[in-house]
Design a protein around this ligand. Structure first.
Ligand code: AHG
Ligand code: MN
Ligand code: MN
Ligand code: MN
Length: 333
């Protein structure tokens, strides 16, 4: 396959489909460069003194890892001076981060989960970065949290990096999903999978089964049917995977199908699950739909949800279309 770099891909998309304005192309390349830096830091592990706790807590009530904080700083510093952004928002920052006045402002707003799968950092299991791009509302003036509260259908780009055996960057700008692998010798992102498509059926599901006793009936019914296997109502055996890094579970599903579930459960009745809408569920839902899959919160399409708060949580069922439709149907009965 002729080597196509991320830059060449983005320039050709712009020329052929006029779908990626130069400012957005710039932004994507800056984020990709930041992910390269994060990959480098992750790869050092104990040798780079990036493991362990940072001794601080984030707005989620989670103890921050050193890499949570470092990855967040890398993304902030890489994107502040470029002139393509009005503001940024992150899992690791309580409030939005307007671009400092000493830098030019742009029309885009970048949201990110700088380090996804933090519980895996210290045990050398794949982790990643998730990002989402929105346009600043016309005439916004000073950036506000309110300006970020746009439904996922308004995203102009979304993607994730996985820091695993390979470092990959998976990206959509609304014209399909493409995967780039980091060539560490050249320091460049090389197109390795074009127009990824998720099989509509699957035999593989992903859920944290230690929460079984807390699930609500539709999830219990759906998972029990999978566990009943060949002799049960589904008439086939299923396999289970749970990596506890959303990026790694989603990447597997994009490659070979599957359904990923992080449902609301009785542990915290006032919180619809653990995952965050703006910088986990929305970007992943955009990618999954662009690859022919589906993504709901059990009752509605994730991309249609009107956000009320920057760090709001949402239940997530995403992946192979027929399975997501089935479990969503159980919620509506
Ligand atoms: P983060 O590390 O950014 O806080 O996200 C972790 C998320 C997600 O990546 C993963 O699917 C889920 O938490 C795992 O949750 P459990 O540890 O409850 O299984
Ligand atoms: Mn995360
Ligand atoms: Mn995170
Ligand atoms: Mn976290």
């Amino acid at each position: 396959m002729k080597r196509v770099s991320l830059t060449q891909y983005l320039v050709e998309e712009q020329r052929l489909h006029n779908s990626i304005p130069a400012e957005l192309r710039l932004l994507i390349e800056v984020v990709a460069r930041a992910c390269k830096s994060i990959s480098h830091a992750v790869g050092k592990g104990a040798l780079g003194e990036v493991l362990g706790s940072a001794g601080s807590e984030n707005v989620q009530g989670e103890v921050q890892k050193k890499l949570d904080v470092l990855s967040n700083e890398i993304l902030l510093e890489a994107n502040e001076w470029g002139g393509h952004l009005a503001a940024m928002a992150s899992e690791e920052m309580e409030t939005i981060h307007p671009i400092p006045n000493r830098y030019p402002k742009g029309e885009y707003m970048l949201l990110f989960d700088p380090l996804d799968g933090s519980s895996n950092i210290d045990v050398n299991v794949s982790i990643g970065t998730i990002f989402s791009v929105l346009k600043a509302p016309e005439g916004m003036g000073e950036p506000t949290e309110q300006a970020f509260l746009q439904p996922g259908t308004r995203q102009v780009a979304a993607g994730y990096a996985v820091y695993g055996p390979q470092t990959v960057l998976v990206l959509t700008t609304g014209d399909g999903v493409n995967c780039f692998t980091l060539d560490r010798e050249m320091g460049s992102w090389v197109l390795t999978q074009r127009d990824m498509k998720i099989p509509e059926d699957t035999r593989e599901f992903a859920i944290n089964a230690s929460n079984t006793r807390h699930w609500y009936p539709p999830v219990t019914r759906y998972v029990n049917e999978l566990l009943a296997g060949k002799t049960g109502p589904r008439g086939k055996d299923f396999n289970m995977r749970w990596i506890a890094s959303m990026v790694a579970d989603v990447h597997r599903i994009l490659n070979r199908g599957g359904i990923f579930m992080y449902p609301a459960d009785a542990r915290e009745p006032d919180k619809p699950g653990k995952l965050r809408l703006m910088y986990e569920a929305n970007p992943m839902a955009f990618l999954i739909e662009q690859a022919g899959g589906a993504a709901t919160n059990g009752t509605q399409r994730i991309l249609d949800i009107q956000p009320k708060k920057l760090h709001e949580r949402v239940a997530v069922f995403l992946g192979s279309k027929n399975e997501v439709e089935r479990v969503t149907g159980y919620h509506q009965q």
